[in-house]
Write a protein of this length. Sequence first.
Length: 165
Amino acid sequence: MKPVIDGRHDFDFLFTGPGGHWRVRNQRLVRRLAQCTDWQEFDAVQEVRSVLGGLGNVDRFAATFPDGLSVEGLTLRVFNPRTRLWSLYWVDDRGCELQPPVVGRFDEHGRGAFYGDDELDGKPIRVVFHWTDITPTSAHWEQAFSADGGKTWETNWRMEMTREA
């Protein structure tokens, strides 16, 4: 799926057409940036709606991790028409703090890359979100961290999203 040329509709696939309700199959590394190879798998639901007259959207994510911990979070995505960049913010009910944004755009092939700076265990890291394989009924998202300024990346979370009928 190719984005509209100005970028403001890049995330419309999340809430248009049959609606903004998704089932999400998650794979998440148990420990990040620790040479861990153990993955957790769990399901989630996600609801997405447009805000700010189409210049943004908000999703509500709800899951129960394999250890029984229930988590609710939300993503706020805001498009800046001047820079033609998206800023994506995350907050959940575990940390209760709005995380620093990742910023980026979709390319001409419909793949999104969004980068930002954050901390893990008190140390600075780079973060990237990738959006790929977008169709009207499915999408792939993944997150990776870098502890060396972006020279190497560790993918630590993957989501396979399927639109609910």
